[in-house]
Design a protein. Structure first.
Length: 184
Protein backbone atom coordinates (compact mmCIF):
# COMPACT_ATOMS: atom_id res chain seq x y z
CA UNK A 1 0.00 0.00 0.00
CA UNK A 2 2.83 2.39 0.89
CA UNK A 3 4.54 1.60 -2.42
CA UNK A 4 1.38 2.58 -4.34
CA UNK A 5 1.02 5.80 -2.34
CA UNK A 6 4.65 6.71 -3.07
CA UNK A 7 4.19 5.94 -6.77
CA UNK A 8 1.08 8.10 -6.91
CA UNK A 9 2.89 10.94 -5.11
CA UNK A 10 5.84 10.68 -7.51
CA UNK A 11 3.50 10.77 -10.51
CA UNK A 12 1.58 13.73 -9.08
CA UNK A 13 4.76 15.70 -8.35
CA UNK A 14 6.03 14.97 -11.86
CA UNK A 15 2.80 16.31 -13.34
CA UNK A 16 2.78 19.39 -11.14
CA UNK A 17 6.45 20.16 -11.69
CA UNK A 18 6.43 19.46 -15.44
CA UNK A 19 7.41 22.43 -17.54
CA UNK A 20 4.66 23.79 -19.75
CA UNK A 21 5.00 23.08 -23.44
CA UNK A 22 6.70 25.94 -25.24
CA UNK A 23 5.61 27.24 -28.62
CA UNK A 24 8.95 26.16 -30.08
CA UNK A 25 8.38 22.60 -28.82
CA UNK A 26 4.89 22.68 -30.33
CA UNK A 27 6.30 23.82 -33.69
CA UNK A 28 8.91 21.05 -33.65
CA UNK A 29 6.28 18.44 -32.78
CA UNK A 30 3.83 19.79 -35.36
CA UNK A 31 6.45 19.70 -38.12
CA UNK A 32 7.51 16.19 -37.20
CA UNK A 33 3.98 14.81 -37.05
CA UNK A 34 2.83 16.58 -40.24
CA UNK A 35 5.84 15.31 -42.12
CA UNK A 36 5.33 11.80 -40.81
CA UNK A 37 1.66 11.83 -41.81
CA UNK A 38 2.20 13.15 -45.33
CA UNK A 39 5.12 10.79 -45.88
CA UNK A 40 3.18 7.78 -44.56
CA UNK A 41 0.13 8.52 -46.71
CA UNK A 42 2.23 9.39 -49.77
CA UNK A 43 4.43 6.31 -49.56
CA UNK A 44 1.52 3.91 -49.09
CA UNK A 45 -0.48 5.53 -51.87
CA UNK A 46 2.43 5.63 -54.30
CA UNK A 47 3.20 1.96 -53.65
CA UNK A 48 -0.44 1.02 -54.23
CA UNK A 49 -0.67 2.99 -57.46
CA UNK A 50 2.59 1.53 -58.77
CA UNK A 51 1.55 -2.04 -58.03
CA UNK A 52 -2.19 -2.00 -58.70
CA UNK A 53 -3.04 1.20 -60.60
CA UNK A 54 -4.66 4.54 -59.96
CA UNK A 55 -8.20 3.21 -59.36
CA UNK A 56 -6.80 0.97 -56.64
CA UNK A 57 -5.19 4.09 -55.19
CA UNK A 58 -8.61 5.74 -54.94
CA UNK A 59 -9.91 2.69 -53.08
CA UNK A 60 -6.83 2.69 -50.85
CA UNK A 61 -7.38 6.32 -49.84
CA UNK A 62 -11.04 5.67 -49.11
CA UNK A 63 -10.30 2.68 -46.90
CA UNK A 64 -7.02 3.73 -45.29
CA UNK A 65 -6.58 7.52 -45.27
CA UNK A 66 -8.34 8.14 -41.98
CA UNK A 67 -7.00 4.92 -40.44
CA UNK A 68 -3.38 5.84 -41.18
CA UNK A 69 -3.98 9.38 -39.92
CA UNK A 70 -5.34 8.02 -36.65
CA UNK A 71 -2.39 5.63 -36.33
CA UNK A 72 0.14 8.47 -36.72
CA UNK A 73 -1.85 10.53 -34.19
CA UNK A 74 -1.84 7.75 -31.60
CA UNK A 75 1.86 7.04 -32.08
CA UNK A 76 2.62 10.72 -31.41
CA UNK A 77 0.05 11.42 -28.66
CA UNK A 78 -1.68 14.18 -30.66
CA UNK A 79 -4.92 14.77 -32.50
CA UNK A 80 -4.43 14.88 -36.23
CA UNK A 81 -6.42 15.53 -39.36
CA UNK A 82 -6.22 16.76 -42.92
CA UNK A 83 -8.89 19.29 -43.79
CA UNK A 84 -10.01 21.35 -46.75
CA UNK A 85 -12.85 23.63 -47.80
CA UNK A 86 -12.84 21.55 -51.00
CA UNK A 87 -12.94 18.18 -49.29
CA UNK A 88 -13.37 14.81 -50.91
CA UNK A 89 -14.25 12.91 -47.74
CA UNK A 90 -16.95 14.63 -45.65
CA UNK A 91 -14.90 13.82 -42.54
CA UNK A 92 -12.15 16.11 -43.85
CA UNK A 93 -14.31 19.24 -44.06
CA UNK A 94 -12.60 22.21 -42.40
CA UNK A 95 -14.22 23.69 -39.30
CA UNK A 96 -15.20 27.36 -39.22
CA UNK A 97 -11.86 28.38 -37.66
CA UNK A 98 -9.88 26.19 -40.05
CA UNK A 99 -11.82 27.65 -42.98
CA UNK A 100 -10.82 31.17 -41.93
CA UNK A 101 -7.16 30.17 -42.05
CA UNK A 102 -7.53 28.41 -45.41
CA UNK A 103 -9.35 31.40 -46.92
CA UNK A 104 -6.61 33.74 -45.67
CA UNK A 105 -3.94 31.47 -47.12
CA UNK A 106 -5.80 31.26 -50.42
CA UNK A 107 -5.86 35.07 -50.60
CA UNK A 108 -2.08 35.03 -50.17
CA UNK A 109 -1.76 32.53 -53.05
CA UNK A 110 -4.02 34.66 -55.26
CA UNK A 111 -1.92 37.73 -54.45
CA UNK A 112 1.20 35.73 -55.45
CA UNK A 113 2.54 35.98 -51.89
CA UNK A 114 4.21 33.03 -50.17
CA UNK A 115 2.22 30.85 -47.82
CA UNK A 116 3.47 30.50 -44.27
CA UNK A 117 5.31 27.26 -43.62
CA UNK A 118 2.98 26.79 -40.64
CA UNK A 119 0.90 28.63 -38.06
CA UNK A 120 0.64 27.84 -34.36
CA UNK A 121 -2.12 28.94 -32.03
CA UNK A 122 -1.93 28.47 -28.28
CA UNK A 123 -4.99 27.04 -26.57
CA UNK A 124 -6.53 27.99 -23.24
CA UNK A 125 -5.64 24.56 -21.82
CA UNK A 126 -1.90 25.08 -22.47
CA UNK A 127 -1.80 22.99 -25.64
CA UNK A 128 -1.32 24.19 -29.20
CA UNK A 129 -2.85 23.81 -32.64
CA UNK A 130 -0.33 23.53 -35.45
CA UNK A 131 -1.51 24.23 -39.01
CA UNK A 132 0.53 23.34 -42.09
CA UNK A 133 -0.58 24.03 -45.67
CA UNK A 134 -0.93 21.16 -48.12
CA UNK A 135 0.06 22.39 -51.57
CA UNK A 136 -0.21 20.28 -54.73
CA UNK A 137 3.42 19.65 -55.71
CA UNK A 138 3.35 16.17 -57.21
CA UNK A 139 1.78 15.55 -60.65
CA UNK A 140 0.63 12.17 -59.31
CA UNK A 141 -1.93 14.05 -57.17
CA UNK A 142 -3.55 15.46 -60.30
CA UNK A 143 -4.53 11.98 -61.48
CA UNK A 144 -7.31 12.12 -58.88
CA UNK A 145 -7.52 15.82 -58.02
CA UNK A 146 -6.74 17.47 -61.36
CA UNK A 147 -8.80 18.80 -64.26
CA UNK A 148 -8.28 15.85 -66.62
CA UNK A 149 -9.13 12.81 -64.49
CA UNK A 150 -9.51 9.61 -66.50
CA UNK A 151 -13.09 8.27 -66.74
CA UNK A 152 -12.36 5.08 -64.75
CA UNK A 153 -10.80 7.12 -61.96
CA UNK A 154 -13.68 9.63 -61.96
CA UNK A 155 -16.16 6.74 -61.77
CA UNK A 156 -14.36 5.25 -58.75
CA UNK A 157 -14.19 8.64 -57.03
CA UNK A 158 -17.89 9.34 -57.68
CA UNK A 159 -18.86 5.93 -56.32
CA UNK A 160 -16.88 6.40 -53.10
CA UNK A 161 -17.36 10.15 -52.67
CA UNK A 162 -20.67 11.27 -54.20
CA UNK A 163 -20.26 14.79 -52.76
CA UNK A 164 -16.63 15.20 -53.89
CA UNK A 165 -15.34 18.77 -54.02
CA UNK A 166 -11.62 17.99 -54.35
CA UNK A 167 -11.14 18.39 -58.07
CA UNK A 168 -9.79 20.72 -60.72
CA UNK A 169 -6.53 21.41 -58.92
CA UNK A 170 -3.24 22.23 -60.62
CA UNK A 171 0.36 22.20 -59.44
CA UNK A 172 0.92 24.89 -56.82
CA UNK A 173 -2.70 25.07 -55.63
CA UNK A 174 -3.53 25.06 -51.93
CA UNK A 175 -5.24 21.70 -51.35
CA UNK A 176 -5.93 22.05 -47.62
CA UNK A 177 -3.97 21.73 -44.41
CA UNK A 178 -2.74 19.36 -41.76
CA UNK A 179 -4.00 20.18 -38.27
CA UNK A 180 -2.05 18.83 -35.29
CA UNK A 181 -3.52 19.22 -31.81
CA UNK A 182 -0.62 19.11 -29.35
CA UNK A 183 -1.54 18.66 -25.68
CA UNK A 184 0.30 20.56 -22.97
Amino acid sequence: MIRYALSAMALFSTLVLAEPLTQLQAVEKGKKVSSELLQTLGNHLQERIQTKGIVSGVNFCSQNGLVLTQKVAEENNVTLKRVSVHNRNPQNLASEEETKILVRWNHLKEAKKPLPEYEVISQADGGYLYYQPIVIKNPLCLQCHGKNVKPAVAKAINALYPEDNAKRYKIGDLRGMVVVGIPK
